[in-house]
Ligand binder design. Structure first.
Ligand SMILES: NC(=O)c1ccc[n+]([C@@H]2O[C@H](COP(=O)([O-])OP(=O)(O)OC[C@H]3O[C@@H](n4cnc5c(N)ncnc54)[C@H](OP(=O)(O)O)[C@@H]3O)[C@@H](O)[C@H]2O)c1
Length: 407
């Protein structure tokens, strides 16, 4: 077990004068957060439980203060504790900041957590859709000041929606970030629409993970034909969420593609970890070349779309700086596009995008039972270090997502 070090800080997010911007009852409560105090490979050295003397305050009239009840742990939280994305995310944070007192490149202490379920405590003056006391769920951009692994969070009203009714906070908390990433990949980058997807054949690589399982559920709800790769262990769990057309062990992807060289897919979503994605792209590329050289294969009208969630941009900027990293990423984009053209495949890098309409849709799908939450393991907020360690395991010991319970 880890020891829990609590440090007290007065952060920039607790010093603002809120004045007449919000409809609120002023609170004297303290607020705890799990924050990165220095980037380090070992979570014990990077994460601290920080105790702030006041709750965060609203800066903009469109913001909402939420008392977090539950929040999930995503791979991005673990990567960010090790410094991933610090160059671009700090820059984006500066660009999106208002007020000279908030402009800083120093993001530490950096609160982790990309999604949450909680109760609205206070609303800014222009907020119309939400009221104090209402349960909401939502996401927090990676370049935002605060994350959701905290007692309280301030977010823009455009990033939340009412929480699904009939589902517990800890269950619902597993979905917003992975659900919106899956939505963004399929709809924004893959250009699928619920109306057109029923005729599509899709291959999801890494369907046993958070984003993959959300994507598979969306695709099946929209009546697509879906083939999934995942580990044999995750297959059972995935099939308890949704009936897929075929499950392939991801260690046998090469053999599967060999067997099905005459099959076609309209969309391939790679939702596997970065260490697997370049090997996956190579396998898909060889499979396409084999298809193209085969005279029996009828030519698809449009190129299949290959979407990967592993863009090299943040990693390149971290390691090579803004100029070198941008150049290296542009070069990689050109290389991926060129080799995709040779394989007659449209290779695209997809990423999470906030989307209130999609969140509203997810709320309705969860309430109707068409998308099932993916919570696998719930741990109390003060045991977050143990929870991060469980989520960080190379070979997962739990199916589904790890969720922190604050209340
Ligand atoms: N760009 C963005 O905005 C964005 C947003 C969200 C996520 N991501 C990235 O997308 C990836 C997936 O995210 P997530 O939240 O779904 O992560 P996750 O829950 O950890 O899922 C990853 C899954 O990949 C599976 N996997 C491991 N090796 C594989 C292989 N060789 N082939 C296929 N699958 C393999 C694992 O399956 P088993 O458990 O069955 O072994 C695991 O469940 C991560 O790399 C994450 O960083 C990017």
């Amino acid at each position: 077990m880890f020891s829990t070090n609590i440090i007290r800080v007065t952060s920039r997010s607790s010093t603002s004068k809120i004045g007449p911007l919000c409809r609120c009852s002023s609170s004297t409560a303290t607020s705890r957060s799990w924050s990165v105090t220095r980037y380090h490979a070992d979570l014990k050295h990077s994460l601290q439980l920080i105790n702030r003397p006041t709750v965060p305050t609203i800066y903009r009239p469109s913001e909402v203060l939420v008392r977090v009840h539950a929040a999930s742990i995503n791979p991005l939280d673990l990567s960010m504790s090790r410094g991933y994305g610090q160059v671009l995310l700090s820059l984006m944070n500066v660009v999106s900041s208002t007020g000279i007192d908030r402009i800083t490149y120093d993001r530490l202490p950096l609160t982790l957590g990309r999604d949450f379920v909680g109760e609205v405590l206070t609303t800014g003056q222009t907020v119309t859709n939400f009221k104090p006391g209402q349960m909401v769920w939502g996401t927090v951009s990676p370049f935002a000041d605060g994350g959701s692994h905290a007692d309280h969070i301030v977010v823009d009203e455009s990033s939340i929606w009412r929480a699904p009714v009939g589902v517990s906070s800890v269950d619902a908390a597993s979905l917003p970030y992975v659900g919106l990433t899956a939505w963004s990949a399929l709809v924004n980058f893959g250009q699928l629409t619920p109306q057109t997807v029923a005729t599509k054949r899709c291959l999801v690589l890494g369907g046993g993970g958070g984003v993959g399982a959300a994507a598979v559920q969306l695709l099946k709800h929209w009546n697509a034909h879906v083939v999934v790769t995942c580990s044999a262990r995750s297959a059972q769990w995935l099939q308890s969420l949704v009936a897929v057309d075929k499950v392939v062990d991801y260690r046998q992807l090469a053999e599967y593609l060999q067997e099905c060289h005459q099959e076609s897919f309209d969309l391939i979503l790679d939702a596997s970890p970065p260490e697997a994605s370049s090997a996956n792209l190579q396998l898909i590329s060889s499979w396409r070349q084999k298809q193209l050289s085969s005279r029996q294969q009828p030519m698809q009208k449009s190129f299949p779309v290959y979407l990967t969630l592993t863009s090299p941009l943040l990693r390149n900027l971290d390691s090579k700086g803004i100029f070198g990293g941008s150049m290296a990423t542009a070069f990689q984009a050109l290389t991926d596009t060129a080799s995709g053209l040779l394989d007659r495949t449209s290779v695209r890098w997809a990423y999470y995008m906030p989307n209130q309409k999609a969140l509203k849709c997810l709320t309705e799908l969860v309430e109707a039972g068409d998308i099932k939450p993916q919570t696998g393991h719930v741990m109390p907020f003060d045991q977050a270090l143990d929870a991060y360690t469980v989520a960080d395991q190379q070979v997962k010991s739990v199916d589904g997502k790890v969720v922190l319970k604050m209340l």
